[in-house]
Design a protein around this ligand. Structure first.
Ligand code: C5P
Length: 244
């Protein structure tokens, strides 16, 4: 399975985003467009970034009734993005409807069908919040594994989870002889600012735990030298040598 570093472009305008991507020079990093940028700059921004040669993960985390999600996904399926997502908490029917909509939208636009993955539990959720705020009685790992099984049952390609759970998920699906990818935010350099993330690892640890894709935002976008920070992520995640 392909492995790569995805930069979370959490900016609030197209100008800021394009200025950031210009700094990357000849590099064409895989980028993630989330709610902040999409709600500010819309589908046109997505088309523009795709046209500049970037693979795009459109991280809009859809979660609604199946019919609404299916129709929304049909609109996203024609944008030429590489990957989209939904919340697994929406259930198997909602995820299956999302996939159906996405495939229909891609077919109508004549574009490659995007991968579809599901968010299990946000990396900003910890055990205490799961139990005492969301009133979920099962453990974090059991919840995540069950949500991943539901996503697979609905025909999705993988899940978003913390790198701490990536090994457990890939082992589970390896045993079933099934390809199922893990996309993992919650990445921080050793000694770097943790911000609002709770279940975190370094790029190196994510590699060791078997993540297929790491999603890295502020450690790159807020770095004094974002290009160097990106290169370090790529080096630490994709090669055997960790840069100190
Ligand atoms: O800046 P930072 O590296 O924390 O950015 C992580 C990105 O990954 C954000 O865009 C956030 O929305 C996203 N994300 C996450 N946890 C999830 C799913 C997505 O942090 N479970």
């Amino acid at each position: 399975m392909a492995k790569d570093v995805i930069i979370a472009c959490d900016f609030s305008s197209s100008e800021e985003t394009l200025a950031f991507l210009d700094k990357m020079g000849d590099r064409k990093p895989f980028v993630k467009i989330g709610m902040e940028l999409f709600y500010a700059a819309g589908p046109e921004m997505v088309r523009q970034i795709v046209a500049r040669g970037h693979k795009v993960f459109l991280d809009l985390k859809l979660h609604d009734i199946p019919n609404t999600v299916k129709k929304a996904m049909a609109n996203l399926g024609g944008l030429g993005v590489y990957m989209c997502n939904v919340h697994a908490a929406g259930g198997v029917k909602m995820m299956a409807a999302a996939k159906e909509g996405l495939l229909a939208g891609a077919e109508k636009a004549g574009s490659e069908p995007p991968m579809l993955i599901a968010v299990t539990q946000l990396t900003s959720t910890d055990d205490d919040m799961l139990k005492n705020e969301l009133l979920i009685g099962a453990s974090m790992n059991d919840t995540i594994l069950k949500y991943a099984e539901n996503a697979a049952e609905a025909g999705l390609d993988g899940v978003v989870c913390s790198p701490l759970e990536a090994g457990m998920i890939s082992d589970h699906f390896d045993k079933l002889g099934k390809e199922f990818m893990t996309v993992t935010p919650g990445i921080r350099f050793a000694g770097g600012s943790v911000d609002d993330q709770k279940r975190i690892t370094t790029p190196r640890q994510a590699r060791e735990r078997g993540s297929d894709y790491i999603v890295v935002g502020r450690p790159i976008t807020a770095a004094a030298d974002p290009v160097a920070a990106y290169d370090k992520c790529v080096n630490d995640f994709l090669t055997d040598n960790e840069e100190m």
